[in-house]
Write a new protein. Structure first.
Length: 255
């Protein structure tokens, strides 16, 4: 499938100066349980790696199969939080290996022999600027390397981008998330391969569904979606989507 696509300029490589600075200021600790040590402790690593990739049911139209490497809880949740919100970019390797496990589970279940391209759900530009790296793209790159090392014809591409401003999905139920993302993404075509949309977490599946829609419109053959973790669905939204979208547009405009 050729060489992996370079990471965008906003993305620092794993093991970045952010991790080194954090260790210097507060002392090296496991990002999963805060026990002293320079990396993920054996206990947290074992907990994360012991989960088995399985399909996760979501009510989506059109249907989209989604596989997750494990539940969103415990050490997995804490490591994802540290990776995304606390600058621990070096966790991309471990989390990327879990994403690879979800992709591999799907590919084996579907008897896939064609090349696979992982396409990350795009983060909002303001989120990438705040974090200084694209978390999902980093995991996609790491997952593609691990799949290729295992003998799979796998690579990744940033084939999706936003065509309009969207709100933060946190706190929205399935209907509000779907409304927030409807028609928000556009993709370029990837030929000669099956596409797997990848993300860190699946909640309602709205982000994966919109990504798959945009890729299909562009002429891609979408196999399904894969994530590091799967959440337990909530049934009610605490925030009206229209108000949140309006606020996000004002933030993007600097108001």
């Amino acid at each position: 499938m050729g060489r992996l696509r370079p990471i965008s300029p906003f993305v620092h490589p794993p093991g970045s100066t952010l991790d080194a600075l954090a260790d210097l200021l507060v002392g090296a600790r496991c990002p999963g349980c805060h026990s002293p040590g320079p990396s993920v402790c054996p206990s947290c690593r074992d907990e994360v790696e012991s989960s088995v990739a399985t399909p996760t049911a979501r009510m989506l139209s059109p249907p989209l199969q989604i596989w997750a490497a494990g539940p969103y809880g415990g050490a997995t949740r804490r490591l994802l939080t540290s990776f995304k919100e606390r600058g621990r970019a070096s966790l991309a390797g471990l989390l990327g290996s879990r994403l690879a496990a979800a992709v591999a589970g799907m590919a084996l279940a579907c008897d896939v022999v064609d090349p696979i391209v992982l396409v990350p759900v795009p983060s909002r530009p303001d989120v990438v600027r705040r974090r200084s790296y694209d978390a999902v793209a980093l995991m996609a790159a790491e997952a593609a390397v691990r799949l290729a090392d295992a003998g799979a014809a796998a690579s990744w591409q940033s084939a999706l981008q936003h065509r309009r401003v969207v709100a933060d999905q946190a706190g929205l139920d399935h209907g509000a998330r779907t409304q927030n993302l409807a028609g928000a993404l556009v993709a370029h075509r990837i030929g000669g391969a099956l596409v797997v949309v990848v993300d860190d977490i699946v909640t309602t599946g709205a982000s994966l569904s919109e990504s798959a829609r945009a890729l299909r419109v562009a002429g891609c053959a979408v196999l399904g979606g894969a994530t590091v973790a799967s959440t337990v669905l909530r049934t009610a939204s605490r925030r009206p989507v229209a108000a949140v979208v309006g606020r996000s547009m004002n933030e993007a405009a600097g108001l």
